[in-house]
Design a protein around this ligand. Sequence first.
Ligand code: EZ4
Ligand code: CO
Length: 399
Amino acid sequence: MKIVDAKVVLTSPGRNFVTLKIETDEGVTGLGDATLNGRELAVVSYLTDHVVPLLPGTDPHRIEDTWQSLYRGAYWRRGPVTMAAIAAVDVALWDIKAKVAGLPLYQLLGGASRERVRTYGHASGRDLPELFDSIRARLDQGYQAIRVQTGVPGLKRVYGVRHTVDTAAGPRPVVEDWDTPAYLRSLPKVFDAVRQEFGPDLPLLHDAHHRLTPMQAARLGKDLEPYDLFWLEDCTPAENQEGLRLVRSHTTTPLAIGEVFNTVYDYKTLIGEQLIDYVRSAVTHFGGVSPLRKLFDYAAQYQIRTAIHGPEDISPVGMAAAIHLDLAVHNFGIQEYAGYTEATEAVFPHAYTFTDGHLHPGEEPGLGVSLDEERAAAHPYEAAYLPINRLQDGTIHDW
Ligand code: EZ4
Ligand code: CO
């Protein structure tokens, strides 16, 4: 079997998605997700200019060899653009292999370790009444675990929401504002109120989006202990892996990290020293199913569990790959799932299902996702940015 062609499809049914489609001489095709929110065109070029020309003639079954040749052959290793591009190839080849086998991908990964995949959804509000409404809306949709994000008194915006503004010079990132002391004072009160309203049983998560120093994160983890969080996510910019030692030594609040990481090396200290409880990388940004499976097996030796990143900027192709892994690996923790616009669902018809807050990949051979190219073409690329974040004196801060 040989790859005969590959192409990149860029579509924006509500937001931008980058999809790689690989075609074989036997008519079987595979899809991979290479979406990198706010930097999509860089991955399109990486794939179109530097990867697609290498694929025709190669055996699609040689997934590991192709992965290694793209990773090592580029010489310039790691980084989000490179790893998103390699991820798309890896996932498309797994899709092909599973279709040829006539099996859903999870069967090639060892088969199901559970019946279904628990998810969490996002709730946010500027104040408590708005937040409570948002939590109720998620519960009504069936979610059984909720990420709680809220406005900080005195600040303009709730973070974690995408925003681009149109200016005369073109689209630009929204500028958000930030005040760490105000956040540290207000968040425990928010969780106190949420626990009083929704009781002790509902799993609650929170994402600090890399905004704290290790000492601030240690204090926040301690202050949140009475509210029994499922996890505190990205409490610090964790490229400083050693910084997590300080956080860990001060709090029993579980810690989740890794959505911006793209190789196992970003996790070495965090996993080896057991400084975290959940690894958060996405199939799409970590080089695909092959390396993420290796990360999960490494994490499992330390009782660290999985929590694949799953916001709306991972396409349904990347989401499907995640759900197959989630169903198969023993150390599954939870899957982030934000859902998609109707237009996105129409561009990417899929076999996976969402019921009672749980996902299942379905039983179609391969990933179980297709791409409606005509519909995709009806939603052309739109330049978009993630926000930037400034302290009140104007200093740029982490977002
Ligand atoms: O802000 O994916 O846990 N989820 C998150 C996401 C990220 C976006 C960035 O593109 O933090 O919502
Ligand atoms: Co996050």
